[in-house]
Design a protein around this ligand. Structure first.
Ligand code: 5GP
Ligand code: ZN
Length: 118
């Protein structure tokens, strides 16, 4: 997608701090980290969100999940981490290119979500 910010990162038009790359997947550090370890795994092919994924995407999504643990360990989160996939308006997704956040570090994270009214 021409104007998609993560497609532009995949194409190298916007610089990123790369964690991992193969034919189908790119991982890079979040520009605004919320913990000592915070990077994202994205499919190189544009998929807008998890709500838009289909069985055609099963391979690359499996690859992303299978890579998360190894990359988290390599990045300094040896005893676990949190994966987050914000999806659509309700999930407060800001960048409409599917991405799996991997968040962690040496110490336990805060609670997963703040309870919202309604
Ligand atoms: P979302 O809210 O869509 O799940 O998360 C989008 C994430 O993308 C945010 O955590 C934000 O910091 C990150 N982000 C937005 N623009 C850029 C960018 O240009 N480069 C990098 N590395 N991260 C970005
Ligand atoms: Zn994209």
């Amino acid at each position: 997608m021409q104007d998609c910010i993560f497609c532009r990162i995949v194409r190298g038009e916007i610089p990123s701090s790369k964690v991992y790359e193969d034919d189908e997947v790119l991982a890079f550090h979040d520009i605004n980290p919320v913990a000592p370890v915070h990077f994202m795994l994205v499919p190189k092919r544009h998929i807008a969100s998890l709500a838009d994924a289909s069985m055609d995407d099963a391979g690359v999504l499996g690859r992303i999940m299978a890579l998360a643990g190894r990359l988290a360990r390599e990045q300094g989160s040896p005893e676990g981490f949190r994966t987050i996939v914000n999806t659509g308006r309700i999930g407060r997704q800001d960048v409409m290119h599917l991405h799996v956040h991997v968040i962690g570090g040496p110490k336990p994270l805060g609670p997963m979500i703040v309870r919202s009214a309604g």
